[in-house]
Design a protein around this ligand. Structure first.
Ligand code: TYM
Length: 321
């Protein structure tokens, strides 16, 4: 089994990324697993080059600080040649309709005057990430499920058309914290690219900032602490976050507080406690650019070496070279 997953530097890493993805990557890691910063994906919507470079660095440091070992991390663009080649092969395996059906494409493209072609082909590049490394499991939050499904379809189609090259991957979605919601708008998932960040808790936020964001979290006027996502989405989100931090179910978490104010405070403290060590270690790493560069170069070589035989086989079978 090989697990692989990525995180896109389209903003600062937030609590949903951490609880729904990064923390699990670190704690369940096996030697063959790979995790990466998908900086090429961050170009599918308008971006600033300097900010992209800085965020890539920050996310790379957060992955390491979360406990993912240096042998298991890399930055996507360090494999730009390998990925670019496989991406083209997979674009020529995917139909326009399949790409255009992706929910994230429709959501992000909605209401825009001009949409980058990269936004349409984004899931194909994701498939290239996954298939290039022969990943069998892809641990993601529920928002990425559909993209992994496309990677499965493309792997099967390539294998059936040209010959067996790719493992067919499976998405692994967590039972808790699969979708952490925005504290100020529980109808929306927490997202790093959200413009209004009052409801988004960032992994590198200072404890007092985290406490303030929780104090202002939107709840409801039912006035009872219980887990009812349908009718009390704000409270349910707080309970899911608290449960995920403590390793309990949101139902169990509900017995920890008898008022909304108490729930917000307890949830904030649980988050401060979980994120504290990650923030401190990430800051240390960011203060040592030479060490970060060294780890990055090592990770890139390892991932590229692993990718080459599969890429060569795919090119040959598709009639290239
Ligand atoms: P990204 O950067 O949007 O998110 C990284 C991981 O965090 C999860 N996640 C969440 N989980 C719970 N609650 C939330 N509010 C929340 N927000 C995000 C995501 O599900 C994801 O697991 N396209 C991917 C990166 C990528 C990738 C890949 C992943 C590129 N290539 C190949 C897997 C395999 C992305 O932008 O994730």
């Amino acid at each position: 089994m090989t697990r692989l997953s990525g995180i896109t530097p389209s903003g600062h890493v937030q609590l949903g990324n951490y609880l729904g993805a990064v923390r699990r990557w670190a704690t369940e890691r096996e030697p063959a697993d790979l995790f990466f910063v998908s900086d090429m994906h961050a170009m599918s919507t308008p971006h600033k080059p300097g900010r992209l470079r800085a965020l890539t660095r920050e996310q790379f440091a957060v992955l390491l600080a979360a406990g993912i070992g240096p042998e298991s991390v890399f930055v996507q663009s360090d494999l730009a040649c390998e990925l670019g080649a496989l991406n083209w092969i997979l674009e020529c395996t995917c139909s326009y309709g399949e790409a255009a059906r992706m929910i994230q494409f429709k959501e992000r493209g909605a209401g825009q005057d001009s949409v980058r072609v990269g936004l349409l082909t984004y899931p194909v590049l994701m498939a290239a990430d996954i298939l290039l490394q022969g990943a069998t499991e892809v641990p993601v939050g529920s928002d990425q499920d559909q993209h992994v499904e496309l990677a499965r379809v493309l792997a099967r189609r390539f294998n059936a058309t040209y010959g067996e090259v790719f493992a067919v991957p499976e998405a692994v979605v967590p039972k808790t914290a699969a979708r952490v919601r925005d504290l100020s708008d529980p109808a929306r998932k927490m997202a790093k690219s959200t413009q209004q960040s009052a409801g988004v808790v960032f992994v590198l936020d200072e404890p007092d900032v985290i406490r303030r964001k929780f104090r202002r979290a939107v709840t409801d006027d039912v006035g009872e602490v219980r887990y009812d996502p349908e009718n009390q989405p704000g409270v349910a989100n707080l309970l899911e976050i608290l449960g995920a931090c403590r390793g309990t179910s949101p139902y169990t978490a509900a017995s920890a507080a008898d008022s909304y104010a108490a729930l917000k405070e307890i949830a904030a403290e649980a988050v401060v406690e979980v994120l504290g060590p990650v923030r401190e270690r990430a800051r240390e790493l960011l203060d040592d650019p030479a060490e970060l560069d060294r780890i990055r170069a090592h990770g890139a070589k390892h991932a590229a070496d692993r990718a080459q035989p599969r890429l060569q086989a795919a090119m040959r079978m598709a009639g290239l070279r």
